[in-house]
Design a protein around this ligand. Structure first.
Ligand code: ADP
Ligand code: MG
Ligand code: MG
Length: 879
């Protein structure tokens, strides 16, 4: 078996397609060599060696050592120098590089092969003793830190002391004698901390470095990085051993990093930084300020033009924006690395669109190049990047709901509402939120909580409303009407700014910028729509993106963001407004049908008005309205004041009202008297709602506004529920339409959110024109995980790998997914081409969207702000 792959002299044993085996860095070094780009020769030890090394208790496979030494001999022959040669030493770098780029996570060692004798040879041969001693001191510093585990600040302190003694600011100010002395000190430091001498034998140095690079695959930060970025199933890192070129040779030498296009804006402009007389990481280390790449044209026109030539040909060759490392040694240019560059959201879209226009890539490739996260970045208000330069964040919590917001601190929902009436912009700061805070949350610019996770009430509700939220910020502690944030005290009315995309919290009112859908973005999203709309799976054509929205302005926003319809309009959310809430409360505490009907009568016109607004905003696209599904406990009056208010409204004594409220108490409200169960006991509730919907639709038709209403019945567990409720709804519709003498096509469907309903889909489909999977409840009931309590144990489940992902975030394909597939198939056996969608929070999750496409669903539905992202994820699922 071959483990080692040579590259040099215009020919390589590997190429760009061999990323898995050679790592990204090694594969591209090989590819560049084959392209005739000047790359210092070297060889790559494959990722399979890394895998074998760990499988075998950190031992190398048989034959590896010989193969490495033989290839080293070949390299020495090509270079005409030998590792450690006292007269003319070959120096190499030992570089890590996995198939997926993990920038800075693993180790690299430069200038290997130098020792006490070779440093003299290098000095004589090059006639540049300062450079030789600089190389040696850099090598001891890096090798000492990475391989011998000497604390790196020890070296840094010695270097600073030397600079101070010599009264110079930069290490370039030190001369050969200083560096020689520094080498001596460095060796002492090594001896003191590693308890052994710095290795002088080049082969020992080499294996020490190779071991360290393979070892760095399993260092803590590399493991963490792979976890965070969900990098799984890759073999390990490769090791690249490459002859050194020296940017630290003098003022005619240098090193830099550059991008073929601007990675933050995507503009087709050469972008980068470099430093003269510097090596490797000096550019990113931030000790000296690097110069802009354009100034290189003035310093060395020949090298600059050559670099531009290489970046052009590399970009053309890889058909993507390139991120490159280069080094100039005495006026000669070398490329040390190239890879597809990481980019900000705006840049991703612009580069994708531009490259299609330049005929470098096709539309499908462009669509795959932009990630849903890229788009997400672009759609929320953000803090003006200029302001971030001068403002430090106070603390950081969970980035629970994206976007930035500024407001004046209030500590209760009631205060938020009161300040809002006075037109004050408020930011709700609480330990945590609960359902009764909804009213205050709606009017807040943003929300900050000190406890709770990504699925806490504050986080879920804020995401649904598109309100920026930082949750679970441990550096925040609320007491009374005061809060300390990262140690700084704030009181009610003080301004703060939160960034829900990063989790950062800032003092004061920072300027925000509101992104628009750019021309590039709308071009790009139109390509996505084309792919989705023309897609075909057996019996289902197209793959729609709808929105979950309850208010006309949310619906309008979703429409502007390109939604194909409303997939879920939650009618109980309409009662969060004070004026409606009182009637709603009156309705739920009603004793008799007559009382209930009286309260419903008050609600009807209010609902009708909302529905009208929603139909109008959707302009004839389908609107699915879910009939009432209130977990009642969210609505019963809690405080004395609320009870008193309701009592007054009902003209009864509070003490007579209280028992009725108490009767509504349920031990398990989520499994209690909710959804269609409410209508089975009190049919008049749904009848009123259907009447309001029908009246709103009639109003639209009369005003020549096209409508496409769909009525959805929640929490069904048996077809007999629908068999009873559907005719009621049909009768209510007919009555309204007959009276108005208009014809409107209504669809009546159901939510599938109870596992039993999924299992009985075949029977349920007899009474349903469509299905919509309510995956929040379906997940909750399939796992028997209470969504409101999951935060206490889910993190441990994830940590202990019982679950891979939070099932409330990304659909559980194995379990819940099976119910979805079953119900879809069974439903379509009864009704060919049955429209089936998803309307849980999962509908905006890219992995879930991909699943929904594979499962044959007709549409996904998500919150308005996620609509563009879902249009992209949907297209990616089709491709
Ligand atoms: P990372 O993955 O952290 O970027 P690299 O292996 O790319 O690590 O190397 C770190 C730095 O050292 C880079 O700036 C690179 O250009 C430089 N470097 C690596 N090998 C050589 C070499 N053979 N000659 C000169 N500089 C090198
Ligand atoms: Mg690199
Ligand atoms: Mg539900």
């Amino acid at each position: 078996e071959k483990y080692v792959f040579f590259f040099g002299e215009g020919k390589a044993e590997g190429d760009a397609k061999m990323k898995e085996l050679l790592g990204g860095k090694g594969a591209n070094l090989a590819e560049m060599t084959n392209l005739g780009i000047p790359v210092p020769p070297g060889f790559t030890v494959s990722t399979e060696v890394c895998a074998a090394y760990y499988e075998n208790n950190r031992k190398y496979p048989a034959g590896l050592e010989e193969e490495v030494l033989a290839t080293l001999a070949k390299l020495e022959k090509v270079m005409g120098k030998k590792l450690g040669d006292p007269d003319d030493p070959l120096l190499v770098s030992v570089r890590s590089g996995a198939s997926v780029s993990m920038p800075g996570m693993m180790d690299t060692i430069l200038n290997l092969g130098i020792n006490d004798k070779a440093v003299q040879g290098l000095a004589n041969k090059t006639g540049n003793p300062r450079f030789a001693w600089d190389a040696y001191r850099r090598f001891i510093q890096m090798y000492g830190d990475v391989v011998m585990e000497v604390p790196h600040h020890e070296f840094e302190e010695a270097l600073s002391a030397m600079k101070k003694a010599k009264k110079v600011e930069l290490d370039t100010g030190l001369n050969e004698k200083d560096l020689e002395k520094l080498v001596d000190e460095y060796k002492k430091i090594v001896k003191k901390f590693a308890k052994k001498d710095f290795p002088q034998k080049p082969v020992d140095q080499l294996w020490g470095a190779v071991n360290a690079v393979f070892g760095s695959w399993m260092n803590e930060r590399a493991i963490k990085y792979r976890q965070l970025n969900e990098i799984r199933n890759i073999k390990g890192t490769a090791v690249n051993i490459q002859s050194m070129v020296f940017g630290n040779f003098g003022e005619d030498s240098g090193t830099g990093v550059c991008f073929s296009r601007d990675p933050s804006t995507g503009k087709n402009e050469f972008y980068g930084e470099y430093l003269m007389n510097a090596q490797g990481e000096d550019v990113v280390a931030g000790i000296r300020t690097p110069e802009k790449i354009a100034t290189l044209a003035k310093k060395n026109k020949k090298v600059y033009d050559q670099l531009v030539g290489f970046k052009n040909s590399l970009e053309k060759h890889f058909r993507d924006m390139q991120d490159m490392e280069f080094t100039v040694q005495q006026g000669k240019l070398f490329i040390l690395q190239t890879r597809n560059g990481k980019r900000a959201g705006a840049a991703a879209v612009k580069i994708a669109v531009d490259m299609v226009a330049e005929k470098l890539i096709d539309k499908n490739t462009a669509i795959l190049r932009v990630s849903p996260d890229h788009l997400d970045q672009l759609l929320h208000p953000m803090i003006d990047p200029k302001a971030l330069k001068t403002n430090k964040s106070l603390t950081k919590g969970l980035n629970a709901s994206p976007g930035a917001a500024s407001g004046r601190i209030v500590f209760s929902a009631a205060d938020a509402e009161e300040w809002n009436i006075r037109n004050e912009k408020v930011l709700l700061v609480r330990k945590e939120t609960s359902p009764e805070d909804i009213g205050g949350m709606v009017v807040s610019q943003g929300i900050l909580t000190s406890t709770g996770g990504m699925t806490s009430h504050a986080a879920v509700v804020a995401r649904g409303m598109g309100t920026p939220c930082v949750a679970g910020a441990k550096g925040v502690s609320v007491s009374g009407k005061k809060v300390t944030i990262g140690g700084k005290l704030f009181k009610e009315g003080d301004w703060i700014t939160v960034d829900g995309s990063t989790g950062e919290v800032y003092s004061g009112q920072l300027p925000l910028v509101v992104p628009k859908i750019s021309k590039d973005m709308s071009t790009f999203l139109a390509w996505c729509d084309e792919i989705r709309n023309t897609s075909k799976r057996d019996g289902v054509s197209g793959f729609e993106v709808r929105t979950n929205a309850d208010q006309p302005d949310d619906v309008q926003r979703a429409f502007d963001f390109g939604a194909d319809g409303v997939g879920l309009c939650r009618t109980e959310h309409m009662f969060f407004e004070k004026e409606k809430l009182i009637h709603f409360r009156a309705m739920i505490v009603a004793d008799t049908e007559a009382e209930r009907k009286a309260a419903l009568k008050k609600i009807l016109p209010l609902q009708k008005k909302d529905f009208f607004g929603i139909f109008k905003a959707m302009g004839g696209k389908p609107v699915t309205i879910r009939l009432l599904d209130p977990p009642l406990h969210e609505f019963v009056p809690h405080t004395k004041a609320e009870v008193a208010e309701l009592a007054k409204h009902l003209k009864v004594a509070p003490k007579d009202l209280q028992p009725k409220i108490d009767r509504l108490h349920e031990a398990n409200p989520m499994l209690g008297h909710r959804g269609c169960r409410l209508a089975v006991t009190y049919p008049e509730i749904y009848n009123m709602q259907v009447e309001a919907i029908a009246l709103a639709a009639v109003d639209c038709v009369k005003k020549k506004i096209p409508v496409n209403p769909e009525i959805m019945i929640p929490i069904v567990c048996d077809e007999k529920e629908l068999a009873m409720l559907r005719p009621n709804a049909e009768a209510a519709i007919k009555q309204v339409l007959d009276k108005a003498k208009v014809k409107i096509d209504f669809k009546i469907g159901t939510m599938i959110e109870v596992p039993r309903a999924a299992l009985l889909a075949e029977k349920i489909a007899e009474y349903a024109d469509f299905f919509s999977f309510g995956t929040n409840d379906l997940t909750q009931m399939t796992f028997a995980f209470s969504r409101d309590d999951v935060a206490t144990f889910l993190p441990t489940y994830l940590e202990k790998n019982i679950l891979d992902v939070d099932p409330f975030k990304s659909i559980d394909e194995e379990g819940v997914g099976q119910l979805i597939q079953w119900a879809t198939a069974k439903g379509r056996e009864v009704r060919k081409g049955l429209k089936v969608g998803i309307c849980g929070e999962h509908g905006g999750d890219p992995a879930t969207i991909d699943f929904c496409y594979r499962a044959g669903l007709s549409y996904v539905s998500c919150s308005p702000f996620r609509v563009p992202l879902a249009r992209l994820a949907g297209a990616q699922a089709v491709i």
